[in-house]
Ligand binder design. Sequence first.
Ligand code: ADE
Length: 225
Amino acid sequence: MKIDILTIFPEMFKPFISESIVGRAVKENLVEINIHNIRDYSKDPHKKVDDYGYGGGKGMVLMPQPIFDAVDDLKTDDSIVILMTPQGEKYSQKKAYDLKDKKHLILICGHYEGFDERIRTLADAELSIGDYVLTGGELASMVITDSIVRLIPGVIKEESHLNESFNDGLLDYPVYTKPVSFRGMDVPEVLLSGHHANIDKYRYEESLKRTKARRPDLLEGENYE
Ligand code: ADE
């Protein structure tokens, strides 16, 4: 999979694409991530990428020319173009699974007070990472990229996905490591028992209990016993 990200703040992505699990996936060629400076595509003599919005009121608005030219340059028949905006469809784990099998994603980061409405015509989808407004789409594009990259086969252990939050519609169960007793808090005995059926039952019940308490909305219309 290849992910091209269009931004006016390319420096923000340096640690993101070189550190931790995403960094390792890039080094091992499990994913190709390219960061493109929208400014490099500007035909303006001063490399301008934004200007005042017509009608007044709003601040600076991203201009269409550099972004249209960047997409023209990068897009192929396999590309999906996605615009980061708080007005987009709400992003979810399900969406991450839908996107992980695509060959090529082009993520456009909006910025400042907004982007020229005509830029919307380039996008196959618009995504929001939540009901709050960020200063730009950079963090949103990193969130989306991170959640997709970890699903690419070979990036993390396959078993890690089996029981993780949202995969079966439930939040994850609690996990413990050494020591068995810490500041008066003990690891539940069932986890030390070696009895796998009981451990599975405990984990399922804990997942359900936790989901009911914290995210009852996830259970609506579902029939968990
Ligand atoms: N840009 C600004 N806020 C955003 C959000 N919540 N999701 C995606 N892109 C954004």
